[in-house]
Ligand binder design. Structure first.
Ligand SMILES: Cc1ncc(COP(=O)(O)O)c(C=O)c1O
Length: 404
């Protein structure tokens, strides 16, 4: 039997103690963030990692480094947490929504291809629920059209695609350490890239444009600050730097990442077995060349006579913990319907000379169909017996409907 896991353990506490022992004195600084960035790069096989406050700020920095500016177009999937698109709006750019694949739920390269225009500057791919999109085809499209690919891997840690680590395929990648993610410090995020210039740009953009910071240097020196003639800000930036406390917890989690990811994969296996050959529950398809890191276990409910709400209710009646719905498609959220982008709509109107998509039903038909069907089961069960119980309850729920 698999053992129980403690999510935040001794290592995380030890590193937090180390930070607290400095009393946050700059001169006693132990540079926990630098340690985390170095280890993160090692683990993911990427040259540069730059810590951020969260996995939305990361996308904003990545878009800047990719050269996205006001009025540019960025292709995104609509079936994801809306932060992916929000970051495009933060950059004063225009989101262009591509449809998704019915089986893997990931952004569809065929749809991307049709949406490329001379204004397209970047594509953000999302490794939804822990599975990589079809990156070979997407990288090919990007290369041919000289556009950048940013991986939004908030939901994918240690996943692989055709032998490559997810996060090391695109031009830049973005991770989130928010509370529900594979590794967490409550909040936090990381941008990774193998390109030194883009890494420098990410660092400067995320640390107020300080002159002394660069890809591998996150802080300015005392000698610099104690000089009245020091010119600090060579460009405008945001204050997205990860705190030392956040870095401490993240480093502890990073050192245990295999254990944390393996647990989610093992729980997903329990749910897969519970579903067995049920013809009306269709799990997210993982191609044989991909390793799904299963941030959640997502299934389509395709039975014409069972409603989503009814299924969840029955599952919970039998003792189930609950089932998450997938996000409303981003372009169907009220911010798009009401064209209320907190002032960004005015910037877009001034800087964009293209034609906006119709942000209404019918824009991405596959995504619209499967959004209504997806049931997402949580996989972060640290207590193994509890996970097994949930899988048994799913089996019982299926049996209940099959007998009717
Ligand atoms: C796919 C995706 N992108 C971006 C984010 C934003 O990350 P954060 O909450 O750390 O800002 C999240 C999740 O929370 C996410 O799931």
């Amino acid at each position: 039997m698999a053992k129980n896991i403690i999510r935040i353990g001794k290592k995380e506490k030890k590193y937090v103690e180390e930070v607290l022992a400095t009393q946050f004195s700059a001169s006693k600084g132990i540079n926990m963030l630098g340690r985390l960035e170095k280890e993160f790069s090692k683990k993911f096989g990427i040259q540069y990692s730059i810590g951020h406050t969260n996995g939305t700020a990361t996308l904003h920095s990545a878009l800047y480094a990719a050269g996205v500016r006001a009025g540019d177009e960025v292709i995104v999937p609509p079936l994801t947490m809306s932060a992916t698109t929000m970051a495009v709006l933060h950059a004063d750019a225009v989101p262009v929504f591509a449809d998704v694949d019915e089986d893997t739920f990931q952004i569809d390269p065929k749809s991307i291809k049709k949406l490329i225009t001379p204004k397209t500057k970047a594509i953000i791919t999302v490794a939804l629920y822990g599975l990589s999109p079809e990156m070979d085809e997407i990288m090919d499209i990007a290369k041919k059209n000289k556009i950048k690919v940013i991986e939004d891997d908030a939901q994918c840690f240690l996943g692989t695609y055709k032998g490559k680590m997810v996060g090391a395929i695109g031009d830049l990648s973005s991770f989130s350490f928010q509370g529900s993610k594979h590794m967490t410090a409550g909040e936090g995020g990381m941008v990774c890239t193998n390109d030194g210039d883009m890494a420098d740009a990410v660092r400067k953009f995320s640390v107020l444009g300080y002159a002394g910071v660069s890809a591998k240097v996150g802080k300015i020196t005392k000698d610099d600050i104690q000089n009245p003639n020091y010119e600090r800000h060579v460009s405008m930036g945001y204050n997205y730097r990860m705190s030392e406390l956040c870095a401490a917890v993240s480093l502890g989690q990073l050192e245990r990442l295999e254990e944390l990811v393996d647990r989610r994969i093992a729980v997903a296996k329990l749910f897969t077995e519970a579903i067995g050959d049920c013809s009306w529950l269709k799990p997210q398809k993982t191609p044989e060349y991909s390793k799904n890191s299963y941030w959640a276990f997502a299934v389509r409910l395709t039975h014409p006579k069972i409603s989503w709400v009814e299924f969840r209710k029955k599952f919970m009646e039998f003792g189930g913990d609950g089932i998450y719905a997938t996000w409303k498609l981003t372009y169907l959220e009220p911010m798009f319907k009401n064209w209320n982008l907190s002032g960004k709509e005015k910037v877009i109107e001034k800087t964009y000379d293209g034609k906006l998509q119709n942000f209404t039903e019918g824009l991405c038909p596959v995504a619209e169909k499967i959004q209504k069907e997806i049931l997402a089961f949580k996989t972060n069960y640290w207590d193994w017996n509890r996970a097994k119980k949930q899988a048994e309850i799913l089996k019982k729920t299926i049996k209940f409907y099959d007998k009717r």
